[in-house]
Design a protein around this ligand. Structure first.
Ligand SMILES: [Fe+2]
Length: 309
């Protein structure tokens, strides 16, 4: 059995690498730790060798998710466990900077998944002239195979399901955060958003002002979600990937089966549940956010048609 500890990194294909690197280094405030042989950029939020990887491509999309897993077993034995579950994986050594050994496999939607025990920790620290979030916190995936994907992350990677929003979105965690993955029934394989954790609610104000100074508008927020209760705002990176900045996410105690109590919880103790979609503000938020994800879908479709022309 695999025990996933945390989302370690997200690897993006980009059509304009320099523009994307400028955003992630100078707006989000990650630190460039290393450049690969093909010019790919390995960026750290504070400690690990990389949390975001950017590489030049004719496509613009999330390609790979890296998960750090507990050292309960060797990667060779984990490969056998995966094979018994009918999942092909490849053991790779010195495949990318910062990680000596990893297992590569695919999730049901076709995202490349990397599992690793150790990553170098150059610890470049936090910048002081940009947003500089605490960490890469979660990724929301629009899925063509939602239930299959949820089953994969639960049964193979050891995630727990916390909340649901109807049959549209499932929230999964591998640690105390309410969600590390959010898998929505989108009918399309598309990254819905990627989320960075801010320091506190006042950091939202500073971040919004900073984004405004860079002429980057907010898509929505800051506002408090239902599932997870994270105080969140959304904007887009230069290639229209939706970026969430959040703080105050619910903290789950799996042994007790409830979330740490908060004054804004509608019931105490608050346990994993299914949330309705009929809150007054939800349809508008959902429409604005989905519109921005659909902009990204159109952006990618234009790229695909350019590649085939
Ligand atoms: Fe989110």
């Amino acid at each position: 059995m695999i025990k996933t500890i945390q989302l370690g990194y997200a690897d993006f294909n980009c059509t304009n690498l320099s523009r994307m690197a400028d955003y992630y280094e100078n707006v989000i405030g990650l630190t460039l730790v290393e450049e690969g042989d093909q010019g790919e950029k390995y960026l750290s939020s504070s400690l690990d060798h990389h949390n975001i990887v950017l590489r030049s491509s004719r496509e613009s999309e999330l390609s790979t998710l890296g998960f750090q897993i507990a050292e309960t077993d060797s990667l060779e034995n984990i490969q056998q466990f995966l094979a018994q579950a009918g999942i092909h994986s490849e053991l790779k050594s010195d495949y990318q900077p910062g990680i000596r050994k990893l297992l590569e496999l695919n999730d049901p939607d076709g995202y490349t998944i990397h599992l690793y025990h150790h990553i170098d920790m150059p610890a470049p620290g936090y910048k002081r002239d940009s947003i500089s979030p605490f960490k890469l916190g979660h990724i929301a995936l629009g899925s063509k195979k939602q239930q299959e994907s949820v089953d994969f992350y639960r049964e193979i990677l050891g995630f727990l399901e916390t909340d649901k929003i109807g049959n549209r979105a499932a929230f999964l965690t591998c640690n105390s955060d309410h969600h590390v993955l959010n898998i929505s029934n989108f009918g399309h394989k598309i990254m819905h958003h990627i989320a960075f954790q801010l320091k506190d609610s006042s950091h939202h104000t500073l971040s919004a002002d900073f984004l405004a100074s860079k002429n980057i508008p907010l898509v929505w927020g800051p506002f408090r979600h239902t599932a997870g209760h994270n105080l969140a705002s959304y904007h887009q990176d230069p290639e229209l990937n939706l970026i969430e900045l959040y703080t105050e996410m619910d903290q789950y105690i799996p042994e007790l089966g409830y979330f740490e109590p908060r004054p804004y919880h509608s019931e105490l103790p608050l346990r994993p549940r299914e949330w309705p979609r009929n809150c007054k503000w939800y349809p508008k938020v959902e429409r604005d956010i989905i519109d921005s994800v659909l902009q990204k879908v159109e952006f990618n479709n234009r790229l695909v048609s350019q590649i085939h022309d």
